[in-house]
Design a protein around this ligand. Structure first.
Ligand code: FDA
Length: 307
């Protein structure tokens, strides 16, 4: 029951002001967010890369409502791409972005976000790496897939996330399982109506398995983004059964979640990429992490009470 309440709170400006203004929140946020500034996130990336992990960095931002803000979102991604070039990590360090951080929600924002995404994909390519488009709520799915297809014409390594909780995603996976396509399969983190999304965890998991089978059997590059031990094991078993090489797919997990498992898989020779979010606009991201696991809320409240 708590999950939907927290996801509703993630969209409330009043609660956002309360939570973000509280000094008690910061230490807990730090578990999931690498820092507010780029250098902090690069330091985290370097540390994880030193331990054999790959990374994708996300300058946090979503639902921006002004052109200047959208431009700042784009410029933050360009600065990130430039900074990644200097690390020399190549495709071991890539970028992730949400189209709503680039202006999707503005009037005429679909074209604006697509233009900004093109600039970011160019900068990622120049830095020797790639961009992956995060997937937001279902109102953005068609646009995100369309922008992804257009970006791939010039930057084939551009990736996209798809969410197994959406009823459409199995079909989308069939269309996306093309040569070289980098597809990040996730369960989905937003609150969606039954008309478009499975509501039961078991149905979401079963859809994840169907999508995983399609992606693993296809000629693309699946990015298996989950912390779920059963799905991680299944992905490995499927890859082995299909003769997929260890460098022909990867696991992805979020910064701060199951770090031992991230290291364990990497030590066993698997490709593992950690999604590292950073920036000041951490509220929506943080609330989705609380909603995924009510125990996180208890941890948050306990640490607030003891300060
Ligand atoms: P599930 O929620 O069943 O969790 C499995 C286990 O993982 C739990 O039992 C617990 O041990 C651990 N766990 C999971 N979440 C946790 C948390 N918040 N805190 C502590 N432990 C936790 N979503 C989306 O809609 N669009 C997107 O673009 C992305 N992008 C993305 C990138 C990457 C790299 C990952 C890993 C995830 C996303 N997501 C996402 C989020 C995704 O949709 C989903 O909400 C979370 O990954 C949680 O689902 P799991 O698959 O981990 O399974």
């Amino acid at each position: 029951m708590l999950g939907p309440v927290l996801l509703a709170a993630a969209r409330s400006d009043g609660i956002r002001r309360l939570v973000t203004a509280s000094p008690l929140t910061r230490p807990v946020v730090g578990r999931f967010v690498a820092g507010e500034r780029l250098p902090e996130s690069l330091a985290v990336a370097a540390r994880l890369a030193g331990g054999g992990l790959r990374v994708t960095l996300d300058h946090l931002g979503e639902n921006v409502t002004g052109r200047a803000e959208a431009l700042r979102g784009r410029d933050a991604c360009l600065a990130l791409a430039e900074a990644l070039a200097a690390t020399g990590l190549g495709e071991r360090a890539e970028l992730s972005v949400k189209l709503s951080a680039l202006g999707r929600a503005l009037p005429g924002g679909e074209d604006l976000a697509a233009e900004h995404a093109l600039r970011v994909a160019e900068a990622a390519g120049a830095a020797g790496t790639a961009l992956t488009l995060d997937m937001e709520d279902h109102t953005a799915t068609a646009l995100t897939l369309d922008v992804h297809a257009r970006l791939r014409e010039r930057f084939p390594a551009t990736g996209v996330a798809v969410q197994s909780y959406l009823r459409r995603t199995e079909e989308d996976c069939l269309a996306l399982a093309a040569a070289g396509a980098r597809v990040r399969l996730v369960k989905g983190a937003y609150r969606e109506p039954p008309a478009v999304a499975f509501q039961e965890r078991a149905a979401v998991d079963r859809s994840f398995v169907r999508c995983l089978r399609i992606l693993m059997a296809g000629p693309g590059y699946p990015m298996v983004a989950t912390h779920d031990p059963r799905l991680i094991a299944l992905a490995g078993a499927l890859a082995a059964r299909l003769g997929r090489a260890e460098d022909a797919y990867e696991y992805q997990m979020l910064y701060g979640i199951r770090p031992d498992e991230q290291r364990r898989l990497a030590a066993a020779g698997r490709r593992v990429r950690v999604y590292i979010p950073y920036g000041t606009d951490w509220y929506g991201y943080f609330m989705r992490r609380l909603a995924e696991r009510p125990a996180n809320l208890a941890f948050f409240l306990r640490s607030a009470a003891t300060r």
